[in-house]
Design a protein around this ligand. Structure first.
Ligand SMILES: Nc1nc2c(ncn2[C@@H]2O[C@H](COP(=O)(O)OP(=O)(O)OP(=O)(O)O)[C@@H](O)[C@H]2O)c(=O)[nH]1
Ligand SMILES: [Zn+2]
Length: 306
């Protein structure tokens, strides 16, 4: 039988099979991933094959289908180990607010770089629309223009007042979607608005605390009544920390990458090189200054965290 892993406790996996029934499964043998060592071989979002046991309600997973992508969390102390938080994400939503609290452009850009590196399509959703003044709405238009020009879809909602929620419900239908955002941005409110019945909580993964202790938090996969799942990872405010080589960073800024093909040197860093097409595009307002500043900031710090 085949199915989707909707819950993982480390030793048991809840698999939603193609017959729409749920089976508690264990793993046969070892599943090793090339390149990274993981504490959990299988995560929510994985598609697996399993053999049904005689009892008709439990199973043994014997095959993991190739992942189109996955997001990981590195252990802070156990340096070589990583934990797969979720696999096969169709979309990552970054929830953004322009006031109380204001999300910085740098934060947005770091999220987008990480999403690009993980190969997860990213979308920006601006929340707390009900709080926007006239000036706020103008800033919203500026923000949207920066990101829509690059190709990132932007939406605006009020989770509290229920504005534009059906648009988001439609957007996430039949997809596995990760919702991220910094504290206070309204993630819980949005999930509640989308999914009033929180009883549908369906998954979890364990996690490390900052002190390196192995604690359990809940990265949850909520099944949507209209089809699809939301992955919520409380305590993980971004997609996770990922190591990006300096030389590769521009690959994750789509507009910089596209423009860089016209740089004079093919190893151009886009910092001060003669004939740099990226610098020229920034000067001509074809690339947003804020985006270029984020590029420089990440380049110099080599850091995708806050
Ligand atoms: N005015 C307004 N307030 C909102 C909206 N959405 C959420 N809030 C408020 O913002 C605060 C934070 O909302 P939460 O949903 O708890 O935010 P969160 O992102 O889940 O925050 P953490 O639990 O810290 O991760 C609460 O006081 C909400 O009532 C909105 O659309 N408009
Ligand atoms: Zn260049």
């Amino acid at each position: 039988m085949q199915g989707l892993v909707i819950k993982s406790t480390g030793s048991w996996y809840s698999v939603l099979a193609d017959d729409a029934k749920r089976y508690d499964c264990r793993i046969v043998g070892k599943f090793r991933m090339k390149g990274i060592q993981t504490t959990n071989p299988i995560a929510v979002g994985d598609r697996v094959k399993f053999d049904l046991e005689r009892d008709g309600i439990t199973g043994m997973i014997n095959e993991l289908f190739p992942r189109k992508n996955y997001i990981i969390r590195k252990s802070i102390n156990l340096s070589k180990q990583a934990q797969i938080l979720a696999a096969n994400l169709d979309m990552a939503i970054l929830l953004v607010t322009l006031a109380s609290p204001r999300t910085s452009l740098g934060f947005i850009d770091r999220f987008l770089v990480t999403a690009e590196a993980y190969d997860v399509p990213a979308v920006l959703v601006f929340n707390k629309l009900d709080l926007f003044s006239k000036e706020g709405l103008e800033i919203l238009q500026d923000f949207k223009e920066i990101y829509q020009t690059i190709g990132y879809p932007c939406y605006e909602v009020s989770a509290l007042k229920g504005i534009n929620i059906p648009i988001i419900q439609d957007l996430i239908k039949d997809k596995i979607t990760l919702i991220s955002g910094h504290s206070g941005v309204g993630k819980s409110s949005l999930i509640n608005a989308i999914l009033p019945d929180r009883e549908l909580r369906t998954g979890e993964v364990s996690d490390w605390s900052d002190k390196g202790q192995h604690t359990t938090t809940f990265a949850e996969m909520y099944e949507l009544p209209q089809g699809g799942f939301i992955v919520d990872t409380p305590g993980i405010r971004e997609l996770g920390v990922i190591d990006i080589e300096k030389e590769e960073l521009s690959h994750f800024f789509p507009e910089i990458f596209k423009t860089s093909h016209n740089c004079r040197f093919n190893n151009c860093r886009h910092i001060n090189e003669p004939g740099c097409a990226v610098l020229e595009a920034v000067n001509n307002d074809q690339i947003a200054v804020s985006r270029y500043e984020s590029y420089l900031s990440i380049y110099h710090n080599n850091d995708t965290r806050h």
